[in-house]
Structure formats: C-alpha cells, structure tokens
Design a protein. Sequence first.
Length: 610
Amino acid sequence: MCGIVGYVGYRDCSEVLVSALTKLEYRGYDSAGIAVFDNNEIKVAKSKGRLADLVEKMKTDGKPEGVAGIGHTRWATHGEPSDVNSHPHSGAKVTIVHNGIIENYKELKKFLTDKGAKFLSDTDTEVVAKLLGYYYKLNPGKPLDTIVETIKELEGSFALGVVFQDFPDVVYAVRRESPLIVGVGKNESFIASDVPAILQYTKDYYLLEHDEIAKLDCNGVEIFDEHGKKLEKELLTADWDMDAAEKGGYPHFMIKEIHEQPSSIKTTITPRISNGLPDLKECSIDLEKLRKFKQIFIVACGTAMHAGMVGKYVIEKLARVSVTVDIASEFRYREPLISKGDLVIIISQSGETADSLAAMRLAKKLGASTLAIVNAKGSSIAREADMLIYTHAGPEIAVASTKAYIVQLAVMYLFAFDLALAKGMIDEAECKRLTSILQDMPSLIETILETELENTQYVSNQLITAESLLYIGRGLDYALSMEGSLKLKEISYIHSESYAAGELKHGTISLITKDMPVIAVATQSALLDKTVSNIKEVKARGAKVILIARDDFNVDEDAYDYIVRVPKTEDLFMPIPAAVPLQLIAYYTSVLRGNDVDKPRNLAKSVTVE
Ligand code: F6R
C-alpha cells in the first residue's frame, strides 16, 4: 500500500505533489511527506496524519519551493505512524519515497549498521535509502549505476521515487511488484502509483515493468532495464477522464461509485456480447477452450472473494462444473490440489493484491490455466494471467469496494453463461435469454437508487447504536450476506458477521438478544420458506429484523421490523440488485456515525503486502 508520486517540470512542485497525492490517499493515509529541490538543496516536509495535516504544517513551517521532487502517502507497515517514520527517508546524498515491503531489510540493516550507518526510523524504507547512499559512495556521480547495484540486493516489493543531492531537478524511479507509472506531459513528467494521480496533467504514461528504472529530467523521460540498458517503451493513453477521479457533487466517493454501478455494468458487458450471446474471444476465451476445463478454482481476497462466492453458485448451477472458492492468502499455503486442465480464476479490482498475485503464480506453476478478472489496467495480475477480462468500472477511489464488486458479479455471470453453453448445459436460446436478463440489471439498479435511498437511510438509523449484528441468508443470499456484512463493518466499525441462515441454530443463535439486529436477505423463491422460518427463530428471541426481500414476496409482517424491497428478477440474478441496498445501508450507517466513509481506519485500497 502507500502511494508515491514524483514531478519534474515547470509548475510549483509542492503543489503538484500534494494535488497528485490527494488522488492516492485511498492507498494509505496515516502520514504524508514530500521532498523538493529548493535552490538545489533537497528540502523535506513530512508529518503524521492526513495530507491535510501536512498542508497545514507547511503553512506554518514554509513549503519547499522548486520544480522537481517526490511525495508519499503512507499506510504503515514497519514502524507506527509518526513524523519520524513518515517518508521521505534519506541516506548519504539521496532521498526516497517507497511503496512496498523490503523482506530482507533486517539483514541489510545489520550490514549497514556494521558499516557505521545510523537509523532514525523503524522503517524498511530507510534501509533502502541508506543502501542507495552506500552504493552511491562506491559509484560517485552515477545515480543509474547506484540504483542498478542497490536493487540487486533488495528482496520483496518496491516502487521507489529517488532524488540525488548531486543531480538537482532529476527524479529517478524503479519498481518491483509494486505498481508504478511514468506520466508524460508537455515539458513535464510524473511518477505515480496509479493513473488518477496524473490525470489532471496528462493521460499519457509508460507502465514500468519489473526492475525497470526511469529517469525524469527537463529533457523528458528515459527508461532503462535492470542492467542500466536504455529501453524503448510503448506510450499508453489512459481512457479514464478527470471526472472519474473527482467526487462530481457527491459528498463521498463511495456514494458516487454506488450510483455509477449501472453504467459500470453496461460498459463492462456490452463489448462482450455479440448477437445476444457472451463473446469473450477478445479475452482469449473461446468455447473450445472452455469445454476442456475440469475443475474451477476462484481465488481472491475480501470483496473480490465474495464476488467469487456468487460466481460459484452461478457457475455450478448453470454449467455443472465444480467450483472451489479460496481466500488467496489461504490458497497459496495450503498446497492446493490443482493441475493441468484446471482453471484458476483470480478476481481483483487493483490487480496488485499480493496474496492474489502469489496465488496466481502458484496456479501457473502447478500447470493450471489462469483467468484474471481485473479492473486496473496494466496491473501485475492483468499482465501475468493467461486470459484476462477487464472490468470497466473506472477508478474506484473509496476504499470500500462497490462498483468494482458489481462488475465482478456481472463478469461472473457472463462467464458462467459462456461456460454452460460450451459444456452443452444450456442451448443458444437459453444463453441468449440469460444474457438479456443480465443486460436488464443496470435499469433494476437505477430503480433501487431512485426508490430506496430514504428507506435505507431509515434502516441505517436503526443500526447506529448497535454494537454487533448478524447478516443471514441461504444460497445466493448467503453469498451476498458475506459482502453486506463486510461492507458494513469496514466503514461503520460495527462488528458484524454473516451466517448461513440454516446454520444459526447450531450455535450462533445463542448470541441473539434484542440488542443484536439481524439483517436477513431473502431473494430466492425456492428458499423463501426456509429463510422465513430462520427469521422467525431470531425474531422470537428478541432480535430486531431488517428484511431485504424481493418485492413480490409475501412475508408475514410480524416476521420483521423493517423491510427493504428489491425489484424482482429471476432468482439467479437477484444478488446484483440486492447488493445495492446492502451497500447503501453500510454507507448511511457510516455517515450517520460520523466516520470517514471513503477512508476507513486501518485500511488501504490496494493491499500489496501479505
Ligand atoms: C473491501 C475491499 C477489499 C478488497 C480486497 C481485494 O471493500 O475493497 O476487501 O476487495 O482487498 O482487493 P483487490 O480486489 O484489489 O484484489
């Protein structure tokens, strides 16, 4: 996690760095700092807290004045959030910002301490700064050679922005595992952990690959390989516009992104449908290939894993292929029984999640085919997968994922239809029918966004004093409950669990009291009676029940306290519209509790560490 930026050009560098960092705060926000060449000296300003705290501090202490520098917003890994642990960090004649984790930092620290180095912070980053300083002394006046030598010694992940005291107004950057782009404008250039940081200045960028080094100066950008040999690289153009990275009148990114869901689904599925049928050929997926897969594994983390849970139900139901859903951090260490002929699907918004990336590499090593479903263009998972379906949600800035989840679901459905067709489990007519229902999902979501905002606010009002609550459901409703529960707990800070409704009576029902609200999801007609029985069991024990139900279901009024209606579609598709009230309930509960909705405590958007 953490976000890094860098700038070389003609504008006020401190302002550019701060403004670019505001677009990366979703990656970490427990401290921030910048280093700028001010009258040929590297001047550092840094502070614990939000970027706004740094800005305030610079108002009092003065801000560095210059046209080139680097910046950082931190999500602490080594060393608590504090002024001294904030980036940038320095070694002899060198100052850096870093995103990632240096796994061998203890050995390197010992090596440097033995050579007389003194460390000010607890960070692994300072070790890199001192190591660069060490190699610079051995290669005086040669920054590129210094970086080449230094990265040979590093184990782990890093994206680094580096400035050398002897080379004013030049910024270097290098990456391994952690993401980094190099933006190219007119007479100015940038580095950034993610595209939104540079969109207000330029849409053109290079994607740095593993161990590539960039040099930015007044002549533009040069890129070198790990040995220092100059490379020619393709200049890419971002298809995201500035509005996508702004709140556009909404009070928070999360609610904006909830409202963007209909268009995100359309943009994601429309290009993958031709003649009414799924068409994933552009993603290197054809019926011939699909026919051959024996088992499927879906591997992901958090919300993306929950999308995989829905995917499992849909794929197994339609295509009759066995699907195992795994949490990536478990999968990678459990010696999974996969082999050639199996398909491993990795779902990831950021495409950089360390555990998901490692799981995918393991799957490849074991001979399985890999399919990545990824939102961030050019990310590591996207680049390394055998097959790739991009979700087109645009940049998701709120830490709590909403629109990325919805499009992950949409892709799961499209894939399931294609697979079911390939396996001969459905015919073309049925496949077309299912595909056209999927195409109706945006308008169902629009209806909910028109009718349920007040109702979900009202429900949230009932939850704000709760200390703990349960989400229950059966089948697809259970898969969806997992996501509803995660969404609520991560941004409202109310403890919450999801439970298979039929499993409650095997232990968990003992937790039920009048102080434990239960959110019951009931959208599956075949399971309605069973779920309603479970709801009555908790109601009888005093729980306040909030029911999320399909709008045509007739449920006894005394079985619930509040009801949120979800427009009817076929059972199989209900998780898509039903996700929206769950997102809204989480959102409003967080707002009503006065939390920082878009940047919940302790979290970061892109989890590039184990
Ligand atoms: C929760 C959330 C996380 C992510 C998880 C995986 O709202 O966003 O649970 O889903 O960290 O991230 P990606 O999808 O980037 O691999």
